[in-house]
Design a protein around this ligand. Structure first.
Ligand SMILES: Nc1ncnc2c1ncn2[C@@H]1O[C@H](COP(=O)(O)OP(=O)(O)O)[C@@H](O)[C@H]1O
Ligand SMILES: [Mg+2]
Length: 241
């Protein structure tokens, strides 16, 4: 038997808000240590997809599987404990807490020893390049650094899969390159990564495979090269942006 490398899978996933399907009939299968990009126009359902995969929203239809186990109805903290972590499009640090304490909250998800947790938190802060701001209140950070903090907080839960929702949104060119380097490092360390990103260059450079959503449905899927030359994708999205 060939080894099944599938780590995370959604099957016939759907979410209805009132009369509208934000996501409808979406199947995606994600392999271990893959980087998958998710693109689509505003309102395509990308964040809703992430919300359902991480337990922040219950699907109207369909299932989510982690290592072939159904996690559809687990709560977000349970899914996090199982190794699926995410960032939020609208960054949500505990603004009264320092950078260090924000990251420690993530580490303490699994680590009970406070001094060990502090040590690990410092490593994650270093990884995202925030060491100079370790004692700064999160609320004092400009957007670029808040996005880094958001990534550090997600990684601090020691995940296998990390889902990044527009972590480059609002960043300047230098900050974008730095964030791409952070993502490459995480990938090298063995993480499986899902990326929602409007920066096409960054997304296409980082992703091994790209899923295109449009009006809640999966319009296309393939290598960056395949989707960027796909006529349906060009008409629905790339050409119009
Ligand atoms: N909590 C919600 N209640 C009602 N409608 C929602 C909610 N969240 C998202 N939607 C709607 O679902 C659609 C998809 O939104 P979203 O997943 O945020 O798209 P994207 O992240 O691709 O921009 C949009 O039409 C949005 O207005
Ligand atoms: Mg979104």
């Amino acid at each position: 038997m060939p080894q099944n490398k599938t780590l995370l899978e959604v099957k016939k996933l759907g979410k209805r808000f009132g009369g509208n399907w934000a996501i409808k009939d979406v199947d995606i299968s994600i392999n271990q240590n893959e980087i998958i990009g998710v693109i689509g126009p505003n309102g395509a359902g990308k964040t809703t997809l992430f919300n359902m995969m991480t337990g922040f929203l219950k699907p109207t239809e369909g299932e989510v599987f982690l290592r072939n186990k159904d996690i559809t109805n687990l709560e977000s903290h349970q899914i996090c404990k199982k190794g699926v972590s995410r960032t939020f499009q609208i960054v949500k640090p505990f603004s009264g807490l320092s950078v260090l304490d924000n990251v420690m909250v993530g580490v303490l998800n699994k680590e009970n020893n406070v001094s060990k947790a502090r040590k690990r938190a410092k490593e994650y802060i270093d990884l995202v390049g925030l060491s100079a701001f370790i004692d700064a209140p999160a609320s004092s950070l400009p957007l670029g650094n808040r996005k880094r903090l958001e990534v550090a907080r997600a990684v601090a839960t020691d995940p296998e899969v990390i889902m990044l929702d527009e972590v480059m949104g609002g960043l300047n060119d230098d900050e974008t390159v730095e964030m791409m380097d952070i993502i490459k490092k995480l990938h090298k360390e063995g993480l499986t990564i899902l990326l929602i990103e409007h920066n096409m260059h960054a997304l296409m450079t980082l992703s091994e495979r790209v899923v295109v959503l449009c009006y809640g449905e999966k319009l296309a899927e393939g290598t960056p090269k395949e989707v960027s030359s796909n006529q349906k994708v060009i008409e629905a999205y790339l050409g119009s942006d």
